[in-house]
Design a protein around this ligand. Structure first.
Ligand SMILES: CSC[C@H]1O[C@H](OP(=O)(O)O)[C@H](O)[C@@H]1O
Ligand SMILES: Nc1ncnc2[nH]cnc12
Length: 291
């Protein structure tokens, strides 16, 4: 059996997770560099939880500067099996109004200057990304939201832009016209790396604004995002606490195979693999790499 460990990545406005019992801070070293912050580990009821604010305490890392590989690597080293990311987002749909929550299930990656894989020269791998969100994990978020009477919308596409600037009007209209639901700057490559690390991933997109396409709303700015994020902080904490409290002790097998994503994914012949690269992959790919 694999013990379930619930990881939470907090986004803009979510730098802390109240309600963790037996809280301690852990500095875990990673061969991929420095993660955004110390890991805050503990439990909620009997569930082990690990919290990491992706921008760091005080919001020191911009979306392009976050070391996504180190973040996912240390969460893997801490035993995280299931990872919920909380992300502030702009909305392209009138019905997804600021303050609402969207359980997105697809991502479009428009980032262009980030390290998007743990693999590469010396150990090449290709994991499936057709279904980036674990449906069972998302179902648990939905069940908890219902139990706490928190309105949410299930399903949707999150387009991840490089930032740090918000989108132009033409970009906003384009994303809306393409049918995307929300826009943010951080879910990619986070979701890709979680998949490579065989961690089941799901996102709670917290709508903070209408980006800049809506004729009856002001264009997005930091003040409006922060205002909505602060207003929703207690609701996010309540939702996460409920998910954690009701979480199973044993990791539930992921129906889309996120916990076995590396099965058959490594292309490089064993004799041609770079030993230095393999060392760095000890946590992420330890399950499939011979020791
Ligand atoms: C503060 S506005 C832009 C900022 O908000 C979102 O953060 P996160 O995804 O970490 O919640 C967006 O991606 C940008 O990083
Ligand atoms: N409109 C927006 N675009 C990108 N990231 C965001 N985060 C919050 N609102 C956003």
């Amino acid at each position: 059996m694999t013990q379930a460990v619930l990881g939470i990545i907090g986004g803009s406005g979510v730098y802390d997770l109240p309600g963790i019992e037996d809280l301690s801070e852990e500095r875990i070293a990673s061969p991929w560099g420095d993660p955004s912050d110390l890991l805050r580990t503990g439990r909620v009821g009997t569930t082990r939880v690990v919290f990491l604010p992706r921008h760091g305490r005080g919001h020191v890392y911009s979306p392009s500067d976050i070391n996504y590989r180190a973040n996912i690597d240390v969460l893997k080293r801490a035993g995280v099996t299931d990872l919920i990311s909380v992300s502030a987002c702009g909305s392209f749909k009138a019905e997804l109004y600021p303050g609402s929550f969207v359980l997105v299930d697809q991502f479009v990656d428009r980032t262009f200057k980030r390290d998007t894989s743990f693999f590469g020269k010396g150990c090449v791998a290709h994991v499936p990304m057709a279904h980036p969100v674990g449906p069972r994990l998302q179902g648990r978020i939905a069940d908890a939201a219902k139990a706490e009477s928190i309105p949410f919308s299930q399903g949707g596409t999150y387009v991840c832009i490089e930032g740090p600037q918000f989108s132009t009007y033409a970009e906003s209209l384009t994303y809306k016209g393409l049918g995307y639901d929300v826009v943010g700057m951080t879910a990619m490559p986070e979701a890709k790396l979680a998949r490579e690390a065989e961690i089941t991933y799901a996102t709670i997109a917290m709508v903070t604004d209408f980006d800049c396409w809506h004729p009856e709303h002001d264009d997005v700015d930091v003040a409006s995002v922060v205002k909505i994020a602060q207003q929703n902080a207690a609701t996010v904490a309540k939702l996460i606490a409920r998910i954690a409290r009701d979480f199973p002790a044993e990791h539930e097998p992921c129906p889309v195979g996120s916990d076995h994503a590396l099965d058959g994914a490594i292309m490089t012949a064993p004799s041609m693999r770079d030993p230095e690269m393999l060392k760095k992959l000890d946590a992420v790919a330890g399950r499939v790499l011979p020791r």
